[in-house]
Design a binder for this molecule. Sequence first.
Ligand code: 5GP
Ligand code: MN
Length: 318
Amino acid sequence: MNIPDRLTDLLRRERSFFIAIHIDPDGDALGSSLALSDALVSLGKEVTLYSRDPVPEIYRYLPGWERVTNSISNPGAQISNLILIDCNEPDRTGLEDVKFRHSAVIDHHETMRDFGDIKWIEPSAPATGLMVFYLIRALNAGITSGMATNLYSAIAVDTGTFRYSNTTSEVLRVSSELVASGANPAYISKSLYETWSDRRFSLLISVLDTLEMQGDIAVMHVTQDMFRATGTAPEDTENFSNFPRMIKTVKVSVFLRELDSSSYKISMRSKGDVNVAGVAEAFGGGGHMNAAGCKIKGNLGAVKEALLKAIKSKMPDA
Ligand code: 5GP
Ligand code: MN
């Protein structure tokens, strides 16, 4: 991986950084940004780590998660150095009217907007966590066991815990180094997969009950009523879109989350060569070839119909 010199120069030269991650933060966004924050602090820098949305409960084992803030001390004031992690445009962070002197982007999404004085975007990188691992090394900051836990978690989440096609020998080599530096795979897997509340599990049952098959496309949804009935929140649906992938014949899994009566947040997963980032982009969203998302306005029936039409046009046998 080729880290731009201008990025390491900026991080070495400047004193104060404002790191922002994407809305609905996932383990890669959180783990990468926490590790980078720690590394910068160890080099004597001041860091604010901003997430518009709260840290989901399942990620509250990540060392330092409490330092993630959604308040900006003086709104409207100029941020000196904005760093976007695991996303590449301010819109994805939910920051509005942000003013800054310098900006840098560290991301691995295929969907790119033209933003940032310094862009380090590697669509072939399995996780932003892997990029941040190399960046921390290039800055000569030591990898503490806290950073190792954050980076291992970031990589684990974006590779389906070493199951997806982005699980390369490099991923395993770096993860092995992270284990040597203090990451505990069993503890991390347990924290990620075996700590659900019974409310969240009830929500999953309700959601699985909505499953419809349209050929090799699986469609499920969640409504505001289902959240109310189970006492859960949108963050509790993370990863739900992956479940139908367990069905052998499923090529694409679609999950629709009701935002209000006339708009839905869409989460798509695919197996093999169906490019769901392309589908999401057609609706103003984006992501990766096998995992992407967008927002669509309309009622459930209309949104499903528009989406299925777009997905079918991307299927190899369309
Ligand atoms: P998820 O389905 O887990 O929310 O997101 C899957 C992938 O698509 C993640 O990498 C996420 O960052 C990206 N993604 C989800 N929603 C959007 C969106 O509205 N716009 C863009 N550009 N990317 C998205
Ligand atoms: Mn990521």
